[in-house]
Design a protein around this ligand. Sequence first.
Ligand SMILES: Nc1nc2c(ncn2[C@@H]2O[C@H](COP(=O)(O)OP(=O)(O)OP(=O)(O)O)[C@@H](O)[C@H]2O)c(=O)[nH]1
Ligand SMILES: [Mg+2]
Length: 274
Amino acid sequence: MLVGVIGKPNVGKSTFFSAATLREVAIADFPFTTIKPNVGVAYLRTQCVHQEMGVVDNPRNSSCVNGTRLIPVKLVDVAGLVEGAAQGRGLGNQFLDEIRQADALIHVVDASGSTDAEGRKVPPGSHDPLKDIEMVEREFDLWVLGIIRRDWEKTSKLAEQSAAKITASLAARLTGLAVDEKEIELVMAQLHLKPEKPTEWSDSDLQKFATHLRERSKPSLIAANKADLPSAMENIERLRVTGRRVIPCASEAELLLRRAAERGFLSYTPGDET
Ligand SMILES: Nc1nc2c(ncn2[C@@H]2O[C@H](COP(=O)(O)OP(=O)(O)OP(=O)(O)O)[C@@H](O)[C@H]2O)c(=O)[nH]1
Ligand SMILES: [Mg+2]
């Protein structure tokens, strides 16, 4: 299981990553601190079934600590994304290549609104994090659209003339994104796109296709970070009403707690109620 940690620059992606994996990585209050991706392992907590079933377990890929099963999840923390990245701005779409195989995404946002669209510091509450979410989703979609559009005229004509399935050629070009034929078929049905007439699909159809594919193949949640700052509260509610899955977090505090626990200064297990 691979989870990509993505978002605009300077929102706390690496802090979140470090708090989750305890890996030491570069963290600083300016954009593009991270250039090369950081990879580490975090653990998902779940109740182990061995007690309920009255058996002695012997987990191979995870561990059981006092009845809590710790399931390893690989995280990849990448460079920040800015408007125009799909066309090469900022660090461009190189980072997108690093998360193409991700099974899911954690989209970190600065819920306190204290960084502008490019990740530079601004007074807390003066930037709208919803705009950042929309920008990152748009850039991701444009990148997928770029892959679909490449030689689209030729590919769609060829598929129609030879009765070869457009689904198969789309799956071949999207395989790097961990998208399969079944997902492509489902999205086509959802959008009422005729598989036998791809030359009739409009550009707006292709755009919707890219968005739906992203939503289906890269399920994501919003980590509403910097929730410790007072200006975050109102924004978190605004983000929630958009219907997205929003989890408030304070990665800096979490990282401090985990490091203190690691050094034995206090007892803290991530996910504990208190
Ligand atoms: N108040 C507050 N600050 C935070 C929190 N998490 C991170 N920060 C600060 O935000 C700044 C940016 O943190 P990074 O983790 O480097 O951010 P990033 O998104 O990885 O940045 P880039 O790699 O440059 O894109 C640092 O000064 C962190 O200390 C938080 O929960 N609350
Ligand atoms: Mg970083």
